[in-house]
Design a protein around this ligand. Structure first.
Ligand code: GLU
Ligand code: MG
Length: 444
């Protein structure tokens, strides 16, 4: 039996003359995948789910237990505005993955996030997240492949003609809004060819869905402008990298419980415990929020990305920052993640870290007052400041040592994730890089 919401979606799809429905899901490593069905299969998709072979999807299942079901979430229905409408429009639905036994699949990142959100719910909290993704636009060659030149030499908040990305950015924002995703603002970022589009805050699950959709739309729109959009965290040596800052707050009965007007910084005790949880689990969080070898080229001093495990109510070099907006807009900004991250896993992991901080009543200590980059090793030691991991390998070791984060992922996902990432690290580690040739070949 179809429920009311599912029936509404089917009706809406017919009204919009939908012919194809893309069933989308995200694999463990954060890749967006899809399978197209025709409109006449939509009812069956809602009723029974659509069978697919999970064994070919990164980190999903072993070959002998490969059958999986995609179950579309009716709340994610939207049209792809850039696809042709003649002959029938294209809609999409984001799916949860189920086993043939009708159980949620433990390797489905959306399920992992749902699980932690339910844990928060049981404690009386709802999570809201505002993602701030940054990305680069590069030139393409005659075959549409990315070239090494960025499309402009603009910098922070520049206007056209220095900002050559404004038309692509405009189209990205328009399409996102047509798809029901609210955008707060957009601008040229500090590095040449670098841009940022801030998504309006949404509940944890919706924020992760929106980020996946944002990435897809950005790639598609860039291509329409003859450009290549990349979410690689540090594409250019010596320039700022791209972050995915996550603004987070907990609500209870529609009231922001991170806010406390009587506190000198406007922060509740609960918000401080949450921050402490983020700081405590920060090294393991990097394994999920900074998931690729290149992520660690961004987490270096001097480029507005965090290096140390610190918090502050002003400085942008700290891991957690409290933006000036107070009252109902009080939130913590977690600044280490980058846009290569799987948003379901990093949002689940940060929430779990925060909840653990609340349960154990952890204290974040005092916020630091000066730029974290300027602290000497002695000052660091005096203040008990720890560093973020310096490489993917270090971060993976930190994840292995963090039982709370491992349990949050579950054994299946932890094992598959670790295996894939350790291979990635090993392949990288054994390469001979251009820098080594230049540094050593002639001199040693
Ligand atoms: N691009 C910087 C980063 O890597 C952040 C710049 C900003 O504060 O917006 O996180
Ligand atoms: Mg920015």
């Amino acid at each position: 039996m179809l429920n009311l919401r599912q029936k509404e979606v089917i009706k809406r799809a017919h009204e919009l003359n939908v012919r194809f429905v893309r069933l989308q899901f995200t694999d463990i490593l954060g890749n967006f995948k899809n399978l197209a069905i025709t409109i006449n299969q939509l009812e069956r998709a809602f009723e029974e789910g659509i069978l697919f072979d999970g064994s070919s999807i990164q980190g999903f299942t072993r070959i002998h237990e490969s059958d999986m079901y995609l179950r579309p979430d009716p709340d994610t229905f939207t049209i792809f505005p850039w696809r042709p409408k003649e002959g029938g429009a294209v809609a999409r639905l984001i799916c949860d993955i189920y086993t043939p036994q009708g159980e949620p699949f433990v390797g489905c990142p959306r399920y992992i996030l749902r699980r932690v959100l339910a844990e928060a719910e049981a404690m009386g909290y709802s999570l809201y997240v505002g993602p701030e993704p940054e990305f680069f636009l590069f030139e393409t060659d005659e075959r549409g492949r990315p070239r090494k030149e960025t499309i402009d030499t603009g910098s922070y908040f520049d206007l056209s003609p220095l900002d050559r990305g404004e038309d692509a950015r405009r189209d990205i924002v328009i399409v996102l809004e047509e798809m029901g995703i609210q955008v707060e603002s957009s601008h040229h970022e500090v590095a040449p060819g670098q841009h940022e589009i801030d998504l309006h805050f949404a509940d944890g699950l919706r924020a992760a869905d929106n980020f996946m959709t944002f990435k897809l739309v950005t790639k598609v729109m860039a291509k329409k402008h003859g450009l290549h959009a990349t979410f690689m965290p540090k594409p250019i040596f010596g320039e700022n990298g791209s972050g995915l800052h996550l603004h987070q707050s907990l609500y209870q009965n529609e009231v922001n419980i991170f806010a406390d007007p009587d506190d000198e910084k406007g922060l509740s005790a609960l918000a401080r415990h949450y921050i402490a949880g983020l700081l405590h689990h920060a090294p393991a969080l990097c394994a999920l929020g900074n998931p690729i070898v290149n992520s660690y080229k961004r987490l270096v001093p001097g480029y507005e990305a965090p290096v140390d495990i610190t918090w502050s109510d002003r400085d942008r070099s700290t891991l957690v920052r409290i933006p000036a907006a107070g009252g109902q807009s009080t939130r913590v900004e977690f600044r280490s993640p980058d846009p290569a991250a799987n948003p379901y896993l990093i949002i689940a992991a940060t929430l779990k870290a925060g909840l653990n901080g609340i349960q154990k009543r952890m204290s974040p200590g005092e916020p630091i007052q000066e730029s974290a980059y300027e602290l000497s090793p002695e000052e660091r030691q005096k203040l008990g400041i720890r560093n973020l991991p310096g490489s993917l390998r270090e971060a993976l070791d930190c994840l292995a040592d963090d039982p709370v984060m491992r349990e949050m992922l579950g054994e299946h996902t932890y094992d598959h994730y670790m295996k894939a990432k350790l291979i990635e690290w090993e392949v990288y580690r054994t390469q001979v890089h251009q820098w080594e040739i230049e540094q050593y070949l002639g001199n040693i």
